[in-house]
Design a protein around this ligand. Structure first.
Ligand code: MSP
Length: 512
């Protein structure tokens, strides 16, 4: 059973993981962790998409069998997950038997119903690239680019899936479910796309052109079109797990919404008599100087380099703080360093240090109980109440960047509170009122840090566990309770010091 089944797109294995792949895993993981903390039973799936022309070609170019090639690259994607602290429950590969079996069953079911028929595909074909070309592939003057070599018009038998018969159903479904695609403007793109009549989808490739795929169960001289195969992963991974399907959320990038996830997939499911996912969350792209980061563009950035240097939590924070889900975002080492230095090393890291340091110096390393609260304490507490309420609501609406912005405003307010109370001055005073205020201020800063850390848990699971550890705080499991201001640390033994986010060396990091 799962109340919340969440998936990422499955990555092509014709290139190595880059920032876009890492981001999508982190975003999905933040949602998965958030839902778990909110009490849902979550099932989280990710994996690799391994069949098709590109993989076959890349493997050939390297002189290795496609299976071996796919094994190697899939292993790289899989190895990235723990390094990014991804809490997935399963990892599916489309080359696994459990997946292929379900794809065959789906195809057979649709074939038996008459939703798949044999027809003829006509089009322009490039023998050099081994692919059919579209009108958009032409040069502006109508000729074909040289990379395609000789282009000929061919017709070949193939199998087609009756998309068009389901177009009206899909249009109505989307009208009834206005929030199916998040953000809303993406759902509008889908409805726009559906204003033109759909063509039936060619779901086969002749074996002589493409070996590397799942043979059609009703005609093994063809293999399955890679998108039909890949989309089925979301279902095939849980087909044997009662109570998991349908998915609550498919997290995908904007390039694969229309038509695969918003048109092919709902129609495939509906035609096969399976329940539809509850929603699609469509994120934008990470760009470098306005261009999409991708292997083919040569501007792909290996996210694991930043993890090695700054830790997974820092990269996760950057991704989630910087990207407004749905929009595009700019990625560069410089932008990363600005966030790292200001929010993590400075605001949060300093606060951790101050709390530990002052609790050790002025309270023998045990968090005191708060005494009477003055205006500054009440203000900070009121700010927390508003911040935490909005933070949870914003996370529920995928507005993570705004949630984090608010949370870090709170962290800065804790630092401002510390400046205002100046425990280092109170600690020098013999006045009993000052001594009482010292205790209260130490208690309040520790409690406020505990709360900020609890809130950050879905985004920075590693760093927040470390903060909990040094504060002597034991998370209870009931997250919303933990987010309530409550002087829970009274008596807790803190560690003497911790540098959580060390500042990078200026020479290595070109730090500002
Ligand atoms: N294999 C298909 C998906 C099949 S899902 C049934 C595919 N693979 S991919 O490797 O090209 O992309 C995987 C995911 O990474 C997609 O959701 C894609 O949008 C995302 N990203 C790839 N590059 C990206 C950026 N530069 N920025 C953010 N995400 C992007 O598509």
């Amino acid at each position: 059973m799962a109340d919340f089944y969440i998936t990422t797109a499955i990555d092509y294995v014709n290139g190595l993981p880059h920032v876009g792949h890492a981001y999508e895993k982190v975003l999905t993981d933040v949602i998965a962790r958030f839902r778990r903390l909110m009490g849902d039973s979550v099932y989280f799936l990710t994996g690799t998409d391994e069949h098709g022309q590109k993989v076959q070609q890349t493997a050939r170019a390297r002189g290795v069998p496609p299976r071996q090639f796919a094994d190697e690259v899939s292993a790289e994607f899989r190895a990235m997950l723990p390094r990014l602290l991804i809490s997935n429950d399963d990892f599916i590969r489309t080359t696994e038997e459990r997946h292929k079996r379900v794809v065959r069953e789906l195809l057979q079911r649709l074939f038996d119903k008459g939703d798949i028929y044999r027809g003829e595909y006509r089009g322009f074909y490039s023998t050099r690239q081994e692919q059919f070309l579209l009108e958009k592939d032409r040069n502006p003057d109508g000729s074909w680019p040289d990379i395609y070599g000789e282009v000929t018009q061919i017709a070949e038998p193939n199998y087609f899936f009756r998309l068009r018969s389901y177009q009206e159903w899909l249009v109505e479904f989307l009208a009834r479910n206005e929030g199916f695609v998040f953000p809303r403007f993406r759902q509008k793109q889908v409805t726009e796309f559906l204003k033109d009549p759909l063509n039936d989808l060619c779901i086969s490739r002749p074996r002589e052109r493409l070996e590397w795929g799942i043979p059609l169960p009703f005609d093994p001289s063809f293999v399955t079109y890679v998108w039909f195969d890949a989309l089925a992963n979301y279902y095939s991974a849980v087909a044997d797990r009662p109570g998991v399907w349908p998915a609550a959320l498919h997290v995908i990038g904007k390039d694969i919404l229309v038509p695969p996830h918003a048109v092919y997939w709902p129609i495939m499911l509906h035609a096969a008599g399976l329940a539809l996912p509850r929603g699609l969350l469509v994120h934008g792209w990470w760009l470098t100087s306005g261009a999409k980061m991708s292997k083919s563009a040569g501007n792909a950035f290996n996210p694991l380099e930043l993890v090695d240097e700054f830790g997974a939590d820092a990269l996760r924070y950057f991704f989630i703080r910087e990207m407004n889900v749905g929009q595009d975002g700019d990625f560069s080492r410089e932008l990363f360093l600005v966030r790292y230095n200001s929010d993590l090393a400075n605001d949060l890291g300093n606060l951790v240090n101050r709390v530990l340091n002052m609790t050790s110096r002025f309270a023998g390393g045990a968090v005191p109980a708060a005494g009477a609260e003055g205006e500054a304490e009440l203000e900070l507490r009121a700010l927390w109440e508003a911040t935490s309420r909005d933070y949870v609501a914003l996370f529920g609406q995928y507005q993570f960047h705004t949630g984090l912005e608010r949370l870090f405003a709170f962290v800065r307010s804790i630092n401002a509170y510390v400046e205002k109370r100046a425990p280092w001055k109170l600690g020098k005073s013999a006045d009993p009122a000052d001594r009482a205020l010292l205790q209260t201020s130490l208690a309040v800063m520790a409690e406020a840090l505990r709360l900020a850390s609890a809130a950050l848990r879905p985004v920075m699971p590693g760093a927040t566990a470390t903060i909990d550890g040094v504060l002597g705080s034991r998370p209870s499991g009931a997250w919303l309770d933990e987010l309530a201001w409550g002087g829970r640390l009274a008596g807790a033994k803190v560690s003497p010091a911790l540098v959580l986010f060390p500042r990078p060396l200026p020479a290595a990091g070109k730090a500002p």
